[in-house]
Design a protein around this ligand. Structure first.
Ligand code: PEP
Ligand code: MG
Length: 322
């Protein structure tokens, strides 16, 4: 099996009938790039930048961030790299920011909510990203977007920094796609409206599942409700993909679900364009997709989306992919 995987290392990813999808990796630091390249990653689908901010006593400088982003872009050598802007709060705490304790941190002041109110933190990150964009194929993604106003505000700050860098004759790529994480149900439901303004979506199922099922992703007692294959989740995922495609945009997924062998056939059938997972899952996923017919699975799409329970979905997927 290892041998079969190795053969696919430098190959693109095709389904049985030759439909192409993209298999990319989630990373946390530039050190993870070796793993991405050794495992045949076609790019980076989620660079979680929190690690730059964690385990230290103060904010990372613009320069420090620029070096990290540039390293990742250069090493990926023109392959796409989706960098997510700072997603603090929730399960990711930064002691030096002295944020007050909240009753419901997952529903609180985190990620883009924090960044839009703390431009002194947000702007240096955006400048570092814009400067690094000259060294590869950068895409910028905002986390925890709940409303279109948040996206517009974040994008306008980005464009503002771009203008100021260009005024100083700093080289900035003109081809940076700007997209959002879809991890809040309001955004998944109104994907049609978002699709007119964003360049891409990446579905963050780790959070989307917890918010849709109202089940804390860290709480064992309610983990039985944390159901990736629940028809509610699949219908939201489908809605996002359809909305994107109608506007000629692409949709990825960067939650754990994207690398899950049971979810992969469903996501392929729903038309997901990009699957972002831990590097070690890439070659197994490529092997699996090579043996799946996207067309056959998509014939069952309406049936799957109308199922009543997650168990019913799993049983059906097992049957049709055996
Ligand atoms: C997600 O929510 O699915 C996601 C990828 O982000 P994180 O796990 O970092 O919250
Ligand atoms: Mg998330």
């Amino acid at each position: 099996q290892q041998e079969e995987w190795a053969k696919l290392k430098d190959e693109p990813t095709f389904s049985k009938e030759g439909e192409q999808v993209e298999l990319v990796a989630n990373i946390g630091t530039p050190n993870d790039i070796d793993g991405v390249l050794n495992n045949g990653g076609e790019g980076v689908g989620l660079y979680r930048t929190e690690f730059l901010y964690m385990g230290k006593s103060e904010l990372p400088s613009e320069e420090e961030q620029f070096e990290a982003y540039k390293t990742v872009l250069e090493r990926m050598d023109g392959k796409p790299v989706v960098v997510r802007t700072l997603d603090v709060g929730g399960d990711k705490e930064l002691s030096y920011l002295n944020l007050p304790k909240e009753m419901n941190p997952f529903l609180g002041f985190r990620a883009i909510r924090f960044c839009l109110e703390n431009e002194a933190v947000f702007r240096p990150q955006l400048r570092a990203l814009l400067r690094a964009s000259a060294y590869g194929n950068l895409k910028i993604m905002f986390p925890m977007i709940a409303t279109l106003e948040e996206f517009r505000q974040a994008k306008s700050i980005l464009l503002d920094e771009k203008k100021s860098l260009k005024a100083d004759d700093v080289k900035v790529s003109e081809d940076i796609e700007v997209g959002i994480m879809v991890e809040i149900p309001s955004t998944a439901v109104t994907a049609k409206q978002f699709a007119k303004e964003v360049d891409f979506f990446s579905i963050g199922t780790n959070d989307l599942i917890q918010y849709t099922m109202a089940a804390d992703r860290m709480n064992e007692r309610v983990s039985y409700l944390y159901q990736p294959y629940h028809p509610a989740i699949l219908n939201l995922v489908n809605n996002v993909i359809q909305a994107a495609h109608k506007e000629g945009k692409w949709t990825g997924m960067c939650g754990e679900m994207a690398g899950d062998p049971i979810a992969i056939p469903i996501l392929l059938g729903l038309g997901l364009d990009e699957f972002s997972m831990s590097a070690t899952s890439i070659l197994p996923a490529r092997t699996q997709i090579k043996n799946l017919s996207k067309k056959d699975i998509s014939k069952h799409k309406e049936q799957i989306l109308s199922m009543r329970t997650a168990d019913e979905v799993v049983e059906f997927i097992r049957e049709i992919t055996e």
